[in-house]
Design a protein around this ligand. Structure first.
Ligand SMILES: Cc1ncc(COP(=O)(O)O)c(C=O)c1O
Length: 407
C-alpha cells in the first residue's frame, strides 16, 4: 500500500510524530491531487498538470465518439505539439521530430546514418543507459566500435574528447544532466570539440528540458533528444528530437505511409504511396502513429502550461528548492553527491548519509512517510518541480535525519 497514514495533520514517521509544516507552492493547485503524498521524483515521472488531464479527457472523448475525429486532426494534433516544443526551444517547429521516448531520436541516428565497419561512437561511462545502449546494435550489425569514455571528473570535458577521439569517430552521444549525480555537461565545450573533430554531437536533454532553458540551435549541437514524461510532465510514451536541418539530410528515413508534408492532406497518403514521398525533410522521421491522440493532446497541453509560466520562472522555483535542501543537509550527517554551487548544479539533487548503508533505510522511511524520492546508485535522489514547496523539503530533511539517526 502506498497511501500514507495521516494522523490529523501529523505524519507517522518510524513511530515518532512530526508536525506537518503547512505551506504551498503557488503552482500546486495546477497539479494533483497528490493524495497527501509529496512527490519529489520528477526525474522519474513528472505528474500531468490538471489542464493536461482535462485535455486527456477530451482526447478520450474523441475516441469514444470517433465521428468527431476529423481527417485534418491527424496533421493538426502533431503540428500543435511541434509548435509548442518549437516555442520552448526557440527553434522552428518544422525541425522538431515527434517521437515516443528519448531513445526514438537516438534510434534515428542508429538506423539512418551510413555506418561503416571501423567507425567509432563515443559514449560516456556512468551516463544513463538510454544514451549508451542503442549504439551497441551498431557493433553487432556493422562492426562499429562503441567507446565508453571514462571522464576524469564528474562530467566529460571537451579537452578529453579532443584527446581520445580518433579519425574514425563519427558521433558522440551524452546526456545533458546525469540522472544519477545531477552533474551538468558543458554542452558548449563538448560541442565545440566535436565540431573541431567533425564528430556529430547528439545531446540527450531528458533530465533538463522543462526545468531549465536550452536553445540548441545556438549551441554546437547537431541533435537533441528528450523524453516527455519527466520535467515536461507529459504522459509516459512521449518524447521528441530536434535535428539540425543540415544533419537530417544525412539520415535515411523509414518510409511511413502517413508521413506527409506540413501542408499535406490525409487523402495524399491514400493515393500517392507506391514510392517514397520526396521533400518530407523532418516529417519523414516522425514516429509512426504520429497523431497518437491520447498522448499527444495532453502532452501539448502540459507543455503549453509550462510555457505560460516560463522556463526562467520554473528554473528559479526549482532551484530555490534545491538550495533549501542543500542548506538544510547537515554536513556532519550527510554528504552531497550532486554539484552544490549554483553555477554547476541542476534540478537533480543527490545526497548520501555519511554511512551509505543507511540510505536504503532513509529512502524506505521517506516512502513510508509519504515522500517519494528515488534510491539511485545507492544514494537518495530528490527531484523537486513546480508543485513542491520549501516546506516539503524541510519535511524531507526532518525525516531523513530521524531515519539516519536510527529514530
Ligand atoms: C537521461 C535519460 N534519458 C532517457 C531516459 C528515458 O529514456 P526513454 O524515453 O528512451 O525511455 C531517462 C529516464 O528514464 C533518463 O534519465
Amino acid at each position: 500500500m502506498s497511501a500514507i497514514e495521516r494522523l490529523g495533520g501529523q505524519r507517522s514517521v518510524g513511530g515518532a510524530l512530526h508536525s506537518v509544516i503547512v505551506d504551498r507552492s503557488p503552482y500546486v493547485d495546477a497539479f494533483g491531487p497528490f493524495q497527501g503524498r509529496i512527490w519529489l521524483n520528477a526525474a522519474h515521472q513528472g505528474p500531468l498538470p490538471r489542464v493536461a488531464g482535462e485535455a486527456l479527457a477530451d482526447a478520450a472523448a474523441l475516441k469514444r465518439r470517433p465521428h468527431l475525429i476529423a481527417d485534418s486532426d491527424f496533421l493538426d494534433v502533431p503540428r500543435r505539439l511541434r509548435e509548442a516544443l518549437g516555442r520552448l526551444l526557440s527553434v522552428p517547429a518544422a525541425e522538431i521530430v515527434v517521437g515516443n521516448s528519448a531513445t526514438y531520436g537516438l534510434q534515428l541516428f542508429v538506423s539512418g546514418l551510413d555506418w561503416r565497419a571501423g567507425d567509432d561512437v563515443l559514449v560516456v561511462a556512468g551516463d544513463f543507459p538510454a544514451s549508451i545502449t542503442p549504439w551497441f546494435a551498431l557493433a553487432q550489425r556493422f562492426g562499429v566500435n562503441v567507446r565508453v569514455l571514462e571522464p576524469r571528473g564528474p562530467m566529460l570535458t571537451g579537452d578529453e574528447v579532443i584527446r581520445v577521439a580518433g579519425s574514425r569517430s563519427r558521433l558522440l552521444c551524452a546526456s545533458w544532466i546525469n540522472s544519477f549525480t545531477g552533474a551538468v555537461l558543458d554542452v558548449e565545450s563538448i560541442g565545440s570539440a566535436c565540431r573541431e573533430l567533425g564528430v556529430l554531437f547528439v545531446l540527450n536533454a531528458t533530465q533538463g528540458i522543462g526545468a531549465r532553458s536550452i536553445e540548441p540551435a545556438s549551441l554546437p549541437v547537431d541533435a537533441l533528444t528528450s523524453s516527455g514524461f519527466k520535467w515536461l510532465c507529459g504522459p509516459y510514451g512521449t518524447g521528441f528530437a530536434w535535428i539540425r536541418s543540415e544533419v537530417i539530410d544525412r539520415l535515411e528515413p523509414a518510409h511511413y505511409w502517413l508521413a506527409l508534408p506540413d501542408d499535406g492532406h490525409l487523402e495524399d497518403a491514400l493515393t500517392d504511396f507506391s514510392r517514397p514521398r520526396g521533400n518530407l525533410a523532418h516529417r519523414a522521421f516522425d514516429v509512426f502513429g504520429t497523431a497518437s491522440f491520447l498522448n499527444v493532446i495532453p502532452w501539448t497541453a502540459a507543455i503549453s502550461y509550462l510555457d505560460e509560466i516560463g522556463t526562467e520562472a520554473i528554473a528559479a522555483h526549482d532551484d530555490h528548492l534545491v538550495q533549501r535542501l542543500l542548506d538544510r543537509l547537515d554536513p556532519e550527517r550527510f554528504r552531497i553527491i550532486s554539484p552544490a554551487s549554483r553555477k554547476a548544479r541542476s534540478t537533480i539533487a543527490v545526497f548520501s548519509h555519511r554511512e551509505p548503508r543507511r540510505n536504503s533505510i532513509i529512502h524506505a522511511s521517506l516512502t513510508q512517510a509519504g515522500i517519494d524520492t528515488s534510491l539511485r546508485a545507492g544514494s537518495i535522489r530528490v527531484s523537486a518541480h513546480l508543485y513542491n514547496s520549501a516546506e516539503e523539503i524541510e519535511e524531507l530533511v526532518e525525516i531523513a535525519i530521524a531515519a539516519g539517526d536510527g529514530c
